[in-house]
Design a protein around this ligand. Sequence first.
Ligand code: IMP
Ligand code: MG
Length: 387
Amino acid sequence: MNTAVCGLQFGDEGKGKIVDLLSVDNDVVVRYAGGANAGHTVVVDNKKYKRHLLPCSFSSDSIGVLAAGMVVDPLILIKEIQESSCNTQIMIDRNCHVVMPWHHKEDIDRCGLLGTTQRGIGPCYAEKANRVNATRIDNLLVRLKDENVKSRFLSTSILKHYLDAALFLQDYIFDTGEFLRDCIKSHKNILFEGAQSIHLDVDHGDCYPFVTSSATGPSAIPQACGLPNIYLDRIVGIIKCYTTRVGTGPFPTEIRDEKLARQIREKGNEYGTTTGRPRRIGWLDIEKTQRAIKLTGATEIALMHTDTMSDIDPYVYKNGRLCRMPKWTNHNDSAVKVFIRMLRSELGIPIKIISFGQDREDVKFVQEIKNGSVVYSNKSEQIIKSL
Ligand code: IMP
Ligand code: MG
């Protein structure tokens, strides 16, 4: 079975937590696009883990793959590999492009207006498309010995770090497309972890140029992973019951009441994992979510941060106006179930998971009963079916 997880807002919806949750049912977890601009915070047994490049499977020993569509920062990558548990096998595609120090510099010097994460993502993808002077990871060691490349390093100590990283990473470089095609042939379960979100997609994001530089949605998977015939059985779209956005760019449902925005920001710990920037806070935009579902093909929803909205009057933007929804105290309140039923009817796909806290354990699986009532379960539908 092939499953994809994707963001339906502006990133930071909580994809990492859902990927971690689903990873236990999967043999392989694949990151397919973007780079260390992504930031996932996952709490397992009260311990906080942060990831930028490796797939977010903390709870399983599934194989982690970084597919060819990614751009990797070798210094961040080795740090994450060294920190990750040693029983997780990591495979980096040989065609991944490498973020070089001048990509960081260009991102900082020239992309400021876009409010980027300054991780060198745009300049690296630009150099990849430009081809002249770009560096694929399987060629990194050779490139670092080239005088023209060496001269672009402003410091010999950074060059040395890159050389060390290139040597370290050699053992992790594979033709992951070949590996994944074999996995599909032998009916392994594969989970594809989207980074950023469909509204930040370079082709489909409607706030271009305030988007990222990669194709973010599930339609990027075949190309980025070398899996032309892949069929995705399940596409889990992630939303929070409000919206956040970091960086500049249009945000129609942004909350102007700074006190309320601050309250939600503090409660939800809405600060960028990558940059530490305070996230802008807004209401859930049903119209944008409907469009995101069309663009991603999401087959179900995971609703995150219901705890953050507790004791706050929730609003959603639909049919051209802000609508107030009943307030809840905790996820068992009937008001949460009203919210879930409203989403079900507006979005046309089932809400299958709700999250009500930071920890891995703080989730419930939502079951739909014929008369429309909402019942939670501690076990996923897949597990119940297999019992
Ligand atoms: P870049 O991807 O660093 O070039 O940044 C482009 C835009 O995408 C900026 O608005 C960033 O804040 C946003 N962005 C990139 N990655 C993420 C993410 O993982 N979460 C949220 N926003 C992101
Ligand atoms: Mg994030």
